[in-house]
Design a protein around this ligand. Sequence first.
Ligand SMILES: Nc1ncnc2c1ncn2[C@@H]1O[C@H](COP(=O)(O)OP(=O)(O)O)[C@@H](O)[C@H]1O
Ligand SMILES: [Mg+2]
Length: 251
Amino acid sequence: MPEPIIYAKDVCKTFIATSVGHTDVRALDNAHLTVEAGEVVVIIGPSGSGKSTFLRTFNMLERPDSGKIIVDGMDLMGDSFNINNLRAEIGMVFQSFNLFPHMTALNNVTLAPSVVRKVSSEEAEETAKYFLQKVGLGDKFYAYPSQLSGGQQQRVAIARSLAMKPKVVLFDEPTSALDPEMIGEVLDVMKQLAREGMTMVVVTHEMGFANQAADKVVFMNQGAVLEVDTPQNFFNNPKNERLKQFLNQIL
Ligand SMILES: Nc1ncnc2c1ncn2[C@@H]1O[C@H](COP(=O)(O)OP(=O)(O)O)[C@@H](O)[C@H]1O
Ligand SMILES: [Mg+2]
């Protein structure tokens, strides 16, 4: 049995209130997750349930207070792993695309491989063009973000992430900031990646995507993982009461 790419157990994180009148927030309450190589895992749950925080612990954008997280063999709660190695193995795509506005699509994609992976500029450019073509932007190499639609910018952000040749890509509500007519083109790219065997963890409200693309769907509520199942069981035969309620509200 190969080791999972992501193994998270008993992950806890409390945000301590920093101003008077605010209370501490227990964002993660013994959250757990296992992601095998090639799996597509979709995380759903109400706003504030800890989805983003959980995702961010997998690349140490957020450090848990306690628990165990092993990513690609690296023990993130230990002190002997290298954060740059970790970030090179784990791509992340955010709701806001965070492209550099003064750089072309091509340069946005070549930047990290050049700086972090230290590949030659020729190789970085070749790789960037390959992935921009892959996300359907073969004619936009020299466009600046302001000349691209939201859907196109998000696809550049996905290409940027892929150009690092990560072992897993985390997506945090990648279509939530998009106009409705652009959601499909981004989901199509993600479905294609899924079919090609990319390991993905996706926080989304797109239940169609979860149903079609996920190997398993995870429900989070109040910082805890309450249900993990195949899309089939998850949507047709949910067990947890809170999940049933949630599905009734959104479907
Ligand atoms: N940096 C932070 N400081 C304080 N509280 C935070 C911070 N990030 C998240 N939280 C709180 O932690 C809880 C979980 O947030 P989050 O992980 O963003 O949930 P979700 O992504 O499911 O909407 C929320 O109550 C949120 O307000
Ligand atoms: Mg979130």
